[in-house]
Design a protein around this ligand. Structure first.
Ligand code: URA
Length: 205
């Protein structure tokens, strides 16, 4: 098995994680240098991220048979990982400990699952998740973008959020829940809502 090592500066603020190398990556011993890598580089450029500034890695460092990651699982639904995946996840977590990125971009289901145990990239993409101290933003894998071209602007939007997150991380809202309010409290609250609506010029949100 040929191992494709990660690339990028050890003090990178952004870490980009794919699934596993493909044929081109295996031939050149670098992640994301094939067709999906080229598209990734273009999308990063469009949002002002220099690829050279990012640490780029994969959950598994070797190419799965037929470039099909499900070959490294015991089932087609990719719920039962083989040892090679489990070892890859352990190694990936060590890389994160070493690099200490501010922002992690998880490209597709496999890295999102590896770090958050979540599945369903369509449901989760663009979310601000956390892995340790790092912000984790999942988005579509560039290979999926190449197959489904109308996902491209969505992936670009997510990458833009990732760039903004480096300097302006999201501030969680200060939630203030009132459990079982009195009817007077509800009426007072509704009055403030109406007063705000009345004070808002027509046509403005
Ligand atoms: N796809 C990946 O997930 N990683 C690569 O390095 C190349 C293609």
């Amino acid at each position: 098995m040929i191992r494709v090592p990660p690339v990028g500066p050890l003090d990178a603020q952004i870490m980009i994680i794919g699934e596993a190398p493909g044929r081109e990556e295996e031939a050149r011993l670098q992640p994301f240098v094939g067709a999906s890598g080229l598209e990734l580089t273009k999308m990063l450029h469009e949002v002002g991220i220099s690829r050279a500034d990012c640490y780029i890695t994969n959950v598994v460092k070797v190419r799965p048979p037929g470039n099909d990651i499900s070959e490294f699982f015991l089932d087609k639904a990719c719920k039962k990982p083989q040892q090679i995946i489990l070892d890859g996840v352990v190694e990936l977590k060590k890389e994160i400990e070493q690099i200490k990125p501010k922002v992690i971009v998880a490209l597709g289901n496999t890295p999102m699952w590896a770090l958050t145990d979540r599945r369903g990239i369509t449901d989760w993409r663009g979310s601000f998740l956390k892995y340790g101290d790092a912000h984790l933003i999942p988005t579509y894998h560039p290979a999926a973008v190449l197959r489904q071209w109308d996902w491209r602007p969505v992936a670009v939007h997510d990458l833009r959020r990732a760039r903004q997150c480096v300097d302006n991380p999201p501030v969680p809202p200060a939630y203030n829940f009132t459990i079982r309010p009195s009817i007077e409290a509800v009426l007072r609250f509704l009055m403030t809502v109406r007063a705000t609506a009345d004070a808002t010029p027509a046509g403005l949100p």
